[in-house]
Design a protein around this ligand. Structure first.
Ligand SMILES: NC(=O)c1ccc[n+]([C@@H]2O[C@H](COP(=O)([O-])OP(=O)(O)OC[C@H]3O[C@@H](n4cnc5c(N)ncnc54)[C@H](OP(=O)(O)O)[C@@H]3O)[C@@H](O)[C@H]2O)c1
Length: 332
């Protein structure tokens, strides 16, 4: 293959723009493993890169923080032509050309073999959002959470991390409460397994109250800001929140009271630099006990490379439900 297509972010006269362009193999960055990409997916971070042009090290740049595909060539013995692989995290799609491309080349250290039990398409329905939701569940369980402890809140429930967290927690037998700003998506969240659906307003702190009536055994929070403030004030004794996102703001005002009075745990989730042994363990769980029950149904929306720019805008405006995957030419 001499040429392939990619979504390229270019900058001219201080003006950045996205367009689908023909690329040559020699345009690929350095790396050990060259991959024919079958699917990528669209995440909130892709919008930060593609629309807001943040985190980009140099132009031209190919965004896309997720990819799954088949190895074409590898200079490292760990991988051979024909192997099916997943790549997410590190600098993929930020400081290094990413997955919105029919071909990608990456360092061997970023590559995860596709686990048995997942197709390449399913791996991208999960993508970074699925890895993050599963890391959140793993951390909560490592911190002692079990189904007998009471309701688990998932904030931003119709988003990528949120939808997958609802689905995987419900499958594991947890009693899931989903909070959402999208009142029209009640049926969707019920289908994923949420027992109770509440309004985003109900889980928003607007007066800095440090402790309130105890409600949740645990929470998965990709929202942050005043939602996280509310969660910290309503966790049960020794409850935990796994915090991964900032769509609701980066500032969190709290006091020591939930921590020293109720022993609550504020657990940080970092999928980007997650160590490889934990990453592989969580991908294996994603192919097994944490594989969401509705992965190939309501959660997924499939688009082509030409439609990515529009979806990036929609994700920033909070108008995208569940997960959007991008089908590239090298499909399985
Ligand atoms: N730490 C990590 O490793 C990691 C990994 C992946 C993602 N993230 C972060 O997690 C967050 C979610 O990512 P995603 O890909 O799931 O994004 P997403 O698909 O856009 O989902 C975000 C959801 O949050 C809710 N929301 C949007 N704007 C909001 C606002 N102003 N206030 C409160 N809620 C709001 C919406 O759900 P409802 O309409 O249902 O309320 C939206 O669907 C992002 O901040 C992302 O950067 C972090």
């Amino acid at each position: 293959m001499d040429n392939f297509k990619a979504l390229v972010l270019t900058k001219e006269n201080d003006e950045a723009s996205l367009s689908v362009k023909k690329q040559r193999m020699q345009d690929l960055p350095e790396g050990d493993v060259t991959i024919q990409v079958a699917y990528s997916s669209v995440n909130y971070k892709d919008a930060i890169v593609g629309v807001q042009h943040q985190m980009v090290k140099s132009f031209p740049h190919i965004p896309g923080i997720d990819l799954a595909g088949t190895v074409i060539e590898s200079s490292d013995d760990s991988y051979k032509s024909g192997d099916k692989v997943i790549v997410t995290s590190y600098e993929l799609g930020t400081g290094h050309h990413g997955g919105f491309s029919e071909v990608a080349r990456v360092p061997k250290e970023w590559v995860v073999p596709l686990p048995d039990g997942l197709t390449l398409r399913e791996a991208m329905i999960l993508g970074t959002a699925g890895l993050t939701a599963a890391l959140s569940v793993q951390r909560l369980e490592d911190n002692g959470l079990s189904t007998s402890h009471g309701p688990v809140l998932v904030a931003g429930a119709t988003g990528g991390v949120g939808s997958l967290a609802v689905d995987m927690l419900a499958k594991k037998g947890y009693d899931v409460t989903a909070s959402t700003g999208s009142s029209s998506e009640k049926e969707y969240l019920e289908k994923l397994g949420a027992k109770e659906i509440i309004s985003r307003d109900e889980v928003t702190d607007d007066d800095g109250t440090p402790t309130r009536k105890k409600r949740w055994a645990a929470a998965v929070d990709p929202v942050g800001g005043s939602t996280l403030q509310y969660i910290l004030s309503t966790l049960k004794q020794h409850g935990s929140v796994a915090t991964s996102g900032l769509v609701g703001g980066v500032e969190v005002k709290t006091t020591v009271l939930p921590f020293i009075g109720r022993g609550v745990n504020w657990l940080g989730i970092d999928s980007v630099q997650c160590p490889m042994d934990l990453r592989r363990k969580v991908w294996d769980r994603l192919a097994d006990d944490l594989k969401p029950a509705h992965l190939n149904e309501e959660v997924v929306n499939e688009i082509t490379l030409d439609e990515v720019e529009n979806t990036l805008q929609e994700i920033l405006e909070g108008r995208v439900r569940g997960r959007t995957i991008v089908k590239l030419d090298g499909t399985e």
